[in-house]
Design a binder for this molecule. Sequence first.
Ligand SMILES: NC(=O)c1ccc[n+]([C@@H]2O[C@H](COP(=O)([O-])OP(=O)(O)OC[C@H]3O[C@@H](n4cnc5c(N)ncnc54)[C@H](OP(=O)(O)O)[C@@H]3O)[C@@H](O)[C@H]2O)c1
Length: 250
Amino acid sequence: MPSRPYVLVFSTATVDGRIASSTGYSMLSCPYDKARLLLLRGYSDAVMVGASTVLVDDPGLRRRLEPRGSRYYRVVVDGRLRLASRPELRVLREPEPKTIVFTAVGGEEAEKLRRMGVDVHVVPSGKPGRVDLAAALEILHREYGVERLLVEGGGVLVHSLLSERLVDELRVTYTPVVFAAGRSVVDDPEARGFPNRERSPRLRLVCSELCPCGECVHNVYRVEDAAGEPAAGEHSPPCLSSRLRSLVRP
Ligand SMILES: NC(=O)c1ccc[n+]([C@@H]2O[C@H](COP(=O)([O-])OP(=O)(O)OC[C@H]3O[C@@H](n4cnc5c(N)ncnc54)[C@H](OP(=O)(O)O)[C@@H]3O)[C@@H](O)[C@H]2O)c1
């Protein structure tokens, strides 16, 4: 029996693997890359981000291209419910699509979000303030019917998921910029990371394409040692460049 959705991570990074600079600047996507992200949202039943991405960028996470189905949720992993003190955030104030929050703490903050129409699930792990992500994915699959989950970052959330071997596919668009500091595609806040090649998640490159913009490179990796059985048997379409050329006017 499948226990969780198929989990696909998408990031746009500098050549040194940063998704945001030391100042939080993260405007890295070309028009084709934006369309690539919206196509992947259309392929997915839900989009997930970490609390810091919501607090820094205030994304709406609504737009998608060529939706595969009508099921679509916004999901935020917010260990300490920092969102509760920011009711003006788009994921809270815009009623559609439904926002689901996974947290490690309940109480008044959780009630405040529920009153705003947010589904709040308290799924603590053994570590204080940490969410049990395997349990969260199981809830998304069982209670919301999510079969394909797109994770849009940031690096801390992606590190949490990858450390638990809960990622099936990693897509990174590399843009010719260097930040030399800031957040990475995969970022361990405790700065321990994966110590060597053997302990790294096992990635297999399945597609590498020059973006139609002529400057960026988009790589698609399958994670070969992902844990559990993802719901969706089929993978996302590996290369999208030809599709992008017809969607974006140069
Ligand atoms: N270029 C790109 O593709 C891209 C994409 C997304 C974001 N960004 C940029 O990246 C930056 C934000 O990324 P980030 O790595 O700093 O943060 P993030 O991953 O968006 O959010 C991290 C926070 O999410 C919560 N979280 C993550 N995993 C958790 C777990 N297992 N249990 C409980 N809580 C968990 C924690 O909140 P608490 O600490 O409150 O518990 C954690 O501090 C922003 O500057 C944004 O603009 C860039």
